[in-house]
Design a protein around this ligand. Structure first.
Ligand code: NAP
Length: 373
């Protein structure tokens, strides 16, 4: 398993770690597979997947509890990263959240403490100073940011002690490459580790699909699976490490092997070209909003501006980030099943970003979208 330095620190992390969203439940506690999860996490650690990423929200804390069981007796072998939720961004809330995580993880220090999502309603300095305090108190070794904008990352780097901030965690996979525009170059320049979350697109690179897959020749050349090729491509980029989540031993084994796969530079370039996501710009007026009974959203600009669901960040706050020069991920759309002259696509993911774009730029500027077939 190849290792990379965690930011500018002397700590080495494996290039492939273990994500744990869904371990012990997604956003609710699920205790039905505890023994199997602990066994799987331990198996991963034995195979070198010693960098574990979790969050206080995963399984409503149960993911941290299972990690606590898995690392018992071998704490010094692992690097544990966890995150506090954005409704815990006030100074006292950050401190309390960390105490809760420490208890559930059954440890007296967290290696990497990250804010899960930013909360523009709390001064950034207030959140950062609580994170800094935890580090000064020895409860946290290093700080990381997750789902941040470039401006937030720059401010954080200027605010916290030099060498405290070591990592930025962002979604990054062949279908979601927004990080390449601002955050990845920033990580390179500031020598921060980029922790690529959802590196396998949440399971979209399971099998090549068919004999005609454009990466088949490279899959054969490296004698690997498509998922392994994807991970090798991501970690080919200097600052990047990946944290795939896996619920199967066979996948764990594959992921551990991917940590040894080294691509020739021209192959990495080729993979990047072949797998470029089909992001296109289309007029905002041609988009409708897909209804989703599980995730309430806004259907009019007036609703989005009023933000009755109290979403954080609100569409207005995201719009400010856009006008300030930050780049947000493209929204995902699918073709309207019953297109009209006005509406040909429906937004299925990134609805708040869509409204933010409308608030920021009106109907004048086409919006980048990823069309899902
Ligand atoms: P992911 O790791 O991209 O994908 C997980 C899916 O890939 C699962 O269905 C898994 O199947 C499958 N898989 C794993 N290894 C595979 C392999 N070798 N071949 C084929 N398929 C494989 O998705 P994710 O869970 O969203 O992201 C990973 C981690 O990133 C999370 O667990 C979490 O720790 C972190 N994350 C952070 C944020 C954030 O906001 N900071 C957001 C999302 C995720 P099996 O389970 O069947 O093995």
């Amino acid at each position: 398993m190849k290792l990379k330095s965690l930011g500018l620190s002397s700590v080495q992390v494996p290039v492939v770690g273990q994500g744990t969203m869904g371990v012990g439940g997604y956003y609710q506690r699920d205790v039905t597979h505890d023994a199997a999860w602990v066994q799987l996490l331990r198996r991963g650690i034995d195979r070198g997947l010693t960098f574990l990423d979790t969050a206080e929200i995963y399984g409503a804390g149960h993911s941290e509890e299972l990690i606590g069981q898995a690392i018992a007796g071998q704490r010094e072998r692992v690097i544990v990263a966890t995150k506090f939720s954005n409704d815990h961004s006030r100074y006292d809330q950050v401190i309390r959240a960390a105490e809760g995580s420490l208890k559930r993880l059954r440890t007296d220090y967290i290696d990497l403490y990250q804010n899960h999502w930013s909360n523009p309603q709390v001064p950034w300095e207030e959140t950062l100073s609580a994170m800094e305090q935890l580090r000064r108190d020895g409860k946290v070794r290093f700080l990381g940011l997750s789902n941040c904008t470039l401006s937030e990352a720059r401010q954080a780097l200027a605010y916290v002690s030099p060498s405290a901030l070591v990592a930025i965690q962002q979604e990054y996979n062949p279908l979601e490459r927004t990080a390449e525009q601002q955050l990845l170059p920033f990580c390179e320049q500031a020598q921060l580790t980029c922790i690529a979350y959802s590196p396998l697109g949440q399971g979209k690179f399971a099998v090549p699909g068919n004999e005609q897959h454009p990466l088949r020749a490279l899959i054969q050349k490296y004698r690997c699976t498509l998922a392994q090729l994807v991970m090798a491509w991501l970690i080919h980029s200097a600052p990047v490490v990946v944290i795939p989540k896996s619920g199967r031993i066979a996948h764990l084994e594959e992921n551990a092997q991917a940590g040894d796969l080294v691509l020739e530079p021209e192959d990495a370039v080729r993979i990047g070209e072949i797998m470029r996501p089909p992001v296109v710009e289309i007029p905002t007026a041609s988009l409708g909003i897909a209804a989703d009974p599980h995730r309430p959203s806004y259907f009019t600009l007036e609703e989005a501006l009023a933000n009755p669901l109290n979403l954080v960040p609100s569409p207005r706050e995201l719009a400010q980030q856009l006008t300030g020069g930050d780049i947000l991920k493209p929204v995902k759309v699918k073709r309207h099943p019953h297109p009209t002259d006005q509406t040909s696509f429906l937004v299925v993911d990134g609805k708040i970003r869509y409204w933010a774009w409308r608030i920021a730029f009106g109907n004048q500027k086409p919006i980048p979208v990823l069309v899902q077939e």
